[in-house]
Design a protein around this ligand. Structure first.
Ligand SMILES: Cc1cc2nc3c(=O)[nH]c(=O)nc-3n(C[C@H](O)[C@H](O)[C@H](O)COP(=O)(O)O)c2cc1C
Length: 192
């Protein structure tokens, strides 16, 4: 049986994945509109602590719009080399400005310029329109640091349930689901 604390177990799994997987923090994030129409895309897991799983994005993107209207999400990670899958479901909150700024400061200048220049998820007439926006942004911040855009930052998925899935022969996989209960975690096995 894995650790009774799913965060402890998940951190151990991530460490093991770092040793064998190129980009272990690649995760699929599912959000939904207020009406429940779902959408999914890949983002990077940037932080994991007792509070939850943090990723960064443009708050005016499609996912940002959906999270504003419906602050719930699901995440799936899969590490083929380890035969492991992680599923997390819960509510989503914006992380603090200070936390977003701290992460922003670690980003390459090119990524910072791109975040300002790209109206993420909005239609573009053509590639040249994006290139022009990048050039404008470079000129705007020429010779100075690139500040954190007011429309960009981190979100934290606060887990209500975490499932750890392990590959076993003949499709008889191991599934353990943790559910928050009375300030702790209840775990149970699920049929594969
Ligand atoms: C490997 C990989 C990592 C990505 N990481 C991020 C990320 O951390 N943040 C982000 O906003 N988009 C990331 N993207 C791009 C998203 O998949 C997506 O195209 C973008 O966020 C727009 O999604 P939306 O229109 O649903 O908001 C990543 C894509 C890939 C393939």
């Amino acid at each position: 049986m894995p650790d009774p604390d799913p965060f402890t177990q998940l951190r151990a799994w991530l460490e093991e994945a770092r040793a064998v997987v190129g980009e272990p923090q690649v995760m699929t994030l599912a959000t939904a509109t207020a009406e429940g129409k779902p959408s999914a895309r890949v983002v990077l897991l940037r932080d994991l602590d007792e509070r939850g799983l943090t990723f960064f994005t443009n708050r005016t993107s499609r996912k940002g719009d959906e999270l504003r209207a419906n602050p719930r999400a699901a995440i799936a990670l899969h590490w083929w080399e380890l035969g492991r899958q992680v599923r997390v479901e819960g509510s989503v909150e914006e992380i603090s400005l200070e936390e977003s700024a701290a992460y922003w400061a670690t980003r390459q200048r090119g990524s910072q310029i791109a975040a300002w220049a790209s109206p993420q998820s909005r239609p573009l007439t053509d590639r040249a329109a994006l290139d022009a926006r990048v050039t404008e942004t470079e000129e705007r911040f020429d010779g100075q640091g690139v500040p954190l855009p007011p429309f960009w930052g981190g979100y934290r998925l606060i887990p209500e349930s975490i499932e750890l899935w392990t590959h076993r022969d003949d499709r008889l996989h191991d599934r353990v689901r943790y559910t928050r209960e009375d300030g702790g975690w209840r775990s149970e096995r699920l049929a594969p």
